[in-house]
Design a protein around this ligand. Structure first.
Ligand code: 5GP
Length: 214
């Protein structure tokens, strides 16, 4: 029997990464996505302005308020929320297609979006919260990013405390002391969650075949 035939069908999972801005979440997400072909990013729609270096369709679908409202009204978003005066939402179809194909999907969304997904799809969710090692480090990272104005940075610092209060709503919490260590930790979680019996939907058939061959 070929290795392919031995592969066990698996239900895709939804990996949520949340953190206050500047805790290192995007870097961790990028590294996982670049090295793991079985997980893809859910590209959100947002009404916020594109930052330098961001690519439409890759980082976000940049839309205006009218387009965003249309997506909401047509039921095209899995969840949506207002974050820092802008609207953000997760397009439903790409997520459903990926999960059906047995692929995992990563979400870079805030606690409001995570709560909404938890209401609809708790079984498929794996929720990771990333904390900064200190407030000083958070502030330093927000300033060094330098893509946002001082006013925006100040707003994000104020919001960080609020965002951090939601850590108990997550399954796993990582303090980002070192990026390589945090990336390894996210990978470990992903590996373990994929091995959960309930996610390995092809296990029954697989074991049946094994037993038949004994
Ligand atoms: P940024 O503007 O820095 O890219 O993102 C700001 C915040 O919005 C981040 O905490 C990010 O996780 C969150 N966010 C991005 N996309 C979505 C989304 O589709 N839904 C929700 N609820 N939050 C999002």
């Amino acid at each position: 029997m070929s290795n392919d035939a031995m592969k066990i069908n698996r239900r895709g999972l939804m990996l949520v990464l949340s953190s206050p801005s500047g805790a290192g979440k995007s870097t961790i997400a990028r590294e996982i996505l670049a090295t793991d072909p079985d997980i893809q990013l859910s590209v959100s729609a947002t009404t916020r302005q594109k930052r330098p270096g961001e690519v439409a369709g890759t980082d976000y679908h940049f839309v205006d308020k009218t387009e965003f409202n249309l997506m909401v009204n047509k039921g095209e978003l899995l969840e949506h929320a207002k974050v820092f005066d802008n609207y953000y939402g997760t397009p439903k179809k790409p997520v459903m297609d990926a999960l059906e194909a047995g692929k995992d999907v990563m979400f870079d969304i805030d606690w409001q979006g995570t709560q909404q997904l938890s209401d609809h799809a708790e079984k498929d969710l794996v929720r990771i919260f990333i904390l900064p090692p200190s407030v000083q480090e958070l502030e330093r990272r927000l300033h060094s990013r330098a893509q946002d104005s001082a006013e925006v940075v100040a707003k994000r610092m104020a919001k960080a405390s609020d965002e951090m209060s939601h850590y108990p709503e997550y399954d796993w919490v990582i303090v980002n002391y070192s990026l390589p260590e945090s990336i390894t930790q996210v990978r470990s979680i992903l590996t373990s969650e994929r091995l959960k019996r309930t996610r390995q939907v092809g296990l029954g058939d697989f074991v049946k075949r094994l037993r038949h061959e004994v």
